[in-house]
Design a protein around this ligand. Sequence first.
Ligand SMILES: CC(C)(COP(=O)(O)OP(=O)(O)OC[C@H]1O[C@@H](n2cnc3c(N)ncnc32)[C@H](O)[C@@H]1OP(=O)(O)O)[C@@H](O)C(=O)NCCC(=O)NCCS
Length: 207
Amino acid sequence: MTAAPARPRLVGLGRGEFADRLDEAIDIYVTAMGYPRSTLRQRRSLWLEHSYRPGWRAVGWLDERNRLTGIGYGYWGGPGQWWFEEVRRGLRARRGDPHTVGTDWLTDYFELTELHVHPGAQGSGIGEQLLRALARDAGRARMLLSTPEYGHREPGRAWRLYRRTGFRDVLREHLFTGDPRPFAVLGRELPLLPPAHGTDHPTHTPA
Ligand SMILES: CC(C)(COP(=O)(O)OP(=O)(O)OC[C@H]1O[C@@H](n2cnc3c(N)ncnc32)[C@H](O)[C@@H]1OP(=O)(O)O)[C@@H](O)C(=O)NCCC(=O)NCCS
């Protein structure tokens, strides 16, 4: 007798499960972001190292065949971390800019490090579910993230998601060391407001 297909669902991932699912998770990341597969190995060791940081939490979305189709994780940010130091440098350099907040925003925060949904599963609310699950258990007063600026293109799905959930500008057009693309740093106080959709579950299953 064959087992009935499982219901697509959101799951918390402990460090061991995260390590077991790492290849799947990074595959989603390179596919969703359109990055070269040559970045896989370097990402693997970085993501594993992140999973030992204080406040680390990861969530995943499993489809009806138990395949990972969405991944999100983050941890408590603070001095000494590469991202913290890069953002603090940017904030200090732009003191007084109307799109820039004070460095006090860089305290008591959970850094949303990665959030990706496989392209075949995008567009039905999985990303928002993952974001909300991480925000619920963040254990910090605010959440911060960085995402590529959209330049002259229309803002994409990531931007719509962050704006819809109330993220505001912390630092715009920021250049992280070693990356030529400008990034926006966005943040918001926690908790998040309840979903506008009025449900905590996607209403339709992605194709
Ligand atoms: C950004 C990303 C994580 C968002 O995840 P997603 O599951 O595709 O998107 P959302 O959860 O925002 O939902 C998508 C749509 O479903 C709708 N939706 C949200 N919750 C819903 C619900 N409960 N029921 C029905 N529809 C819902 C949203 O309104 C949204 O509409 P939009 O496309 O007009 O914005 C994903 O698109 C992705 O991986 N993109 C590429 C990688 C990337 O940019 N990552 C972020 C880098 S910082």
